[in-house]
Design a protein around this ligand. Structure first.
Ligand SMILES: *[C@@H]1O[C@H](CO)[C@@H](O)[C@H](O)[C@H]1NC(C)=O
Ligand SMILES: *[C@@H]1O[C@H](CO)[C@@H](O)[C@H](O)[C@H]1NC(C)=O
Length: 358
């Protein structure tokens, strides 16, 4: 009689090991981080689509693991990476469209975000990026793959216990409403109407992912978007280099409306816990008092001249790019450095996310 083949013993053992690694029942309360949104959280989906809004080249990612440009719009990690790590999962959340990853990686975290997108469908058309409804289609496809990979029970566990991060809205104002006043949303809606329209879309989106099984959600508010270096540069009518207070006011008002919507959703939807993660006040403190946070420069970005460059204009050929990004609040003219992302994420984790979900 032939002895049992070693492979026959090895395969079930490997199976058990794999299940042990991914078994959420024996792990942290949050088994996965699932991300929807724009460049504030995109970890590389735009690399795979036909848009000019990309960042998968140097010097992007120069402080990331392996000094790798991944498609994150920063020199290093973005908030979902820090949040995933703080929940004891993994140190970075892979992009769904990145061919280097598969469902085994995505079972503990996946990002559907696309730089340049917004709540409003027409915002995604401006730079030909992934609209939010399409991010949701990818999420549905992910659910099918996850059920095939983990089985129904375990997949349902992951989907209902995962932390969902939803972070977008800046582009609806800056790339759409204010940028295209004629023929675009700026001509169709008053500012108040547009804010209410977007808050309605955000509420609908939360309802849709709740209906698909999401139970733990962090909805992110807008930053002080009038102080992004690009907006300061464009603000020359009101005084070169000053923050655009009109944009900051719009962000604060919008955040106030989102906060109210979050309160309503918690009452309406069964089993849902959604928190409002508002980065505005701390971000504005960092910008107005950078030295209290160990920064040296807040009004212009590290990459290139720091006044207007992002995406392809922030590239390895600029002689002006700073050498130490950790002294800068902004990496490119529209996006924070890794260090700013870390400070904002830590604060949200301590004050809101860990108390609510850990
Ligand atoms: C995922 O990729 C890893 C490494 O490339 C591979 O070992 C594994 O078999 C893949 N898993 C699935 C489910 O495709
Ligand atoms: C956005 O586009 C999708 C797909 O075409 C559509 O289902 C959805 O109703 C649109 N949303 C709005 C608010 O127009």
């Amino acid at each position: 009689m032939a002895p049992p083949r070693p492979q026959a013993l090895f395969i079930p053992l490997a199976h058990l090991l794999i299940l042990g690694i991914v078994n959420p029942l024996t792990e942290a309360k949050v088994p996965a981080v699932i991300v929807f949104g724009d460049s504030s959280v995109d970890s590389g989906n735009n690399n795979m689509i036909a848009t000019v809004l990309k960042s998968n080249f140097e010097p992007y990612g120069r402080d990331f693991y392996g000094a790798r440009p991944t498609g994150r719009f920063s020199n290093g990690r973005v908030p979902p990476d820090f949040i995933s790590e703080a929940f004891g999962i993994k140190a970075s959340v892979p992009a769904y469209l990145d061919p280097a990853y598969n469902i085994s990686d995505f079972s503990t975290g996946v990002c559907f975000a696309s730089a340049g997108t917004g709540y409003d469908n027409t915002t995604s058309h401006v730079l030909n990026v992934i609209p939010l409804w399409k991010e949701l289609e990818y999420y549905k496809e992910y659910q099918v793959k996850l059920r095939q990979y983990l089985g129904n029970d375990q997949a349902n566990y992951v989907l209902s216990e995962a932390l969902y991060i939803v972070s977008l809205g800046t582009n609806d104002f800056l790339e759409n409403y204010y940028l295209i006043p004629v023929g675009g949303r700026g001509g169709q809606f008053s500012l108040k109407q547009y804010k209410d329209f977007l808050v309605g879309l955000a509420s609908n989106f939360i309802q849709e992912i709740h209906a698909l099984g999401a139970r733990k959600i962090s909805l992110t508010g807008l930053p002080p978007m009038g102080c992004l270096p690009l907006e300061r540069t464009a603000n020359f009518f009101r005084g070169p280099g000053s923050c655009n207070e009109e944009y900051n006011t719009a962000a604060r008002d919008f955040n106030g409306k989102l906060r109210i919507a979050v309160g309503k959703l918690n009452k309406q939807l069964q089993g849902l816990k959604v928190v409002f993660s508002d980065p505005y006040d701390l971000f504005l403190q960092i910008i107005t008092k950078p030295s209290s946070f160990g920064f040296e420069v807040a009004e212009r970005a590290c990459c290139a001249t720091g006044l207007y460059e992002m995406s392809y204009l922030c590239n390895e050929h600029s002689p002006f790019t700073c050498t130490d990004a950790s002294k800068f609040v902004f990496w490119d003219s529209f996006h924070p450095t890794e260090r700013t992302n870390m400070i904002l994420s830590d604060a949200l984790l301590k004050s809101i996310l860990l108390p609510a979900f850990a």
